[in-house]
Design a protein around this ligand. Structure first.
Ligand SMILES: Cc1ncc(COP(=O)(O)O)c(C=O)c1O
Length: 394
């Protein structure tokens, strides 16, 4: 393996083997469900852990060389010992959390977590006898007060969706450690390792919807978890049981996307900041949420801990729901779709997409403004993205 020198170099090279079959430069896609053994003695050597090839696999649900190479790259990018890929971000989140808790345990999570993560903790884990407490976004005092001797996991995102709250992960990890033996799990989908490496701030495990920035091309679903070997091994064991593995072709696409991660995210950081500034100066915009705008509640945390504000900007259009829908409908470059982090700019009216079933009272209960629009900038020319929005705002 090459020596890692920087995030952009790691994004291209980390995890590469010294030599590949047929001397190919890029990773072949090992499309195989299973692996063969020469004879019973060969099998017995493998089973005893005495095979000469430490990377040899037995069955596709337990491992694949294409996937493994990308996993090593994700681990290098997150500055952790090891990493795993999954079939989706939710497979990564659910397998990771299930690996860490048992009946009678307690989980703390911030109330603005991705709604399916919240649903998994408050409904699915609750059915299995795991209690949970939701605390307000980024409120570390509330978090500290919620910790009990039974708390085993604290889950947070940073930045969060859709208001882009950034959490002081170093302080959070310090408080969690001081209070007991809970693990800190950070969903860093919105940050990417280009902008933030939660493990260096004390997080135990880092999860991603690799569907978003890591793969980056809106053409594959995948998830990832990264952390120290002993915790990743626990999650790997459960992945082998639950079966949410990443298909090798999908893993290849994640690995291919990762090679341009730094380039893409640097452009997305710059474009999102330009968009946020243009929106903040627009009379039809009530408020803008972007961590690197001084008016954002997380500005100080973001300034101190992040290398960029990320590629997502949320804003509230004056005039509420209909006015916000008109802006979304008026965009030409930005396409209406419920994802983020890819090369194409995407836009959504949050109430119509993620919270369609809620009326304004219901939205107020989950803290979503009816006029809220979320924009995920792609890698198009910055001025084209800004001009598209300004034209849509009229
Ligand atoms: C922060 C965050 N975590 C996890 C997920 C789930 O990822 P996936 O859609 O790849 O299952 C999402 C999806 O939008 C997300 O935004």
């Amino acid at each position: 393996m090459r020596r890692a020198t920087s995030t952009s170099t790691d994004a291209v090279h980390a995890g590469e083997p010294r030599a590949r079959p047929h001397h190919t430069l890029t990773s072949p896609v090992a499309l195989t469900a299973t692996y063969t053994f020469e004879d019973s003695a060969d099998l017995a050597r493998y089973m005893r852990g005495e095979d000469a090839d430490p990377g040899r696999e037995e069955y596709g649900r337990y491992g694949n060389p294409t996937t493994r190479e990308v996993e090593r790259r994700v681990a290098a990018l997150e500055a952790t010992d090891d990493a795993l890929l999954f079939s989706s971000g939710m497979a990564a989140v659910t397998t990771t959390l299930l690996a860490l808790v048992k009946s009678g345990d307690h989980v703390v999570l911030f109330s603005d977590c991705y709604r399916r993560t919240r649903q998994f903790v408050t409904s699915t884990l609750a059915r299995l006898g795991v209690r949970s407490t939701l605390v307000p976004p980024g409120d570390l005092d509330a978090l500290a007060a919620a910790l009990t001797p039974e708390t085993r996991v604290v889950v947070t995102e940073s930045p969060t969706n859709p208001y882009l709250t950034c959490v002081d992960l170093a302080e959070l990890s310090r408080r969690v450690r001081a209070a007991g033996r809970a693990r800190v799990v950070v969903d860093a989908t919105f940050a990417t390792p280009v902008n933030l490496r939660p493990a260096l701030a004390g997080a135990d495990l880092v999860v991603h919807s690799a569907t978003k920035f890591l793969a980056g091309h809106n053409d594959v679903l995948a998830g990832a978890v990264a952390g120290p070997s002993h915790l990743v091994s626990l999650v790997r064991e459960l992945r082998g049981v639950l079966g949410g593995v990443c298909d090798p072709h999908a893993a290849f696409l994640v690995g291919r996307g990762l090679k341009t991660l730094s380039l893409r995210v640097e452009r997305q950081n710059a474009t999102a900041l330009a968009v946020a500034r243009a929106l903040a100066a627009h009379p039809r915009v009530l408020c803008v949420f972007y961590p690197l705008l001084p008016a954002h509640p997380s500005y100080d945390v973001a300034q101190a801990s992040m290398r960029g504000g990320g590629g997502v900007v949320s804003f509230v259009v004056r005039g509420g729901r209909d006015a916000a829908c008109a802006v979304v409908d008026g965009a030409r470059l930005a396409r209406i779709a419920p994802s983020l982090g890819g090369v194409e700019t995407l836009i959504e009216h949050v109430a119509s997409m993620s919270y369609f079933e809620l009326d304004d009272a219901g939205l107020a209960a989950v803290g979503v403004d009816p006029g809220l629009v979320r924009l995920s900038v792609g890698v198009e020319e910055t001025t084209d993205v800004v001009d598209d929005l300004l034209a849509a705002l009229g």
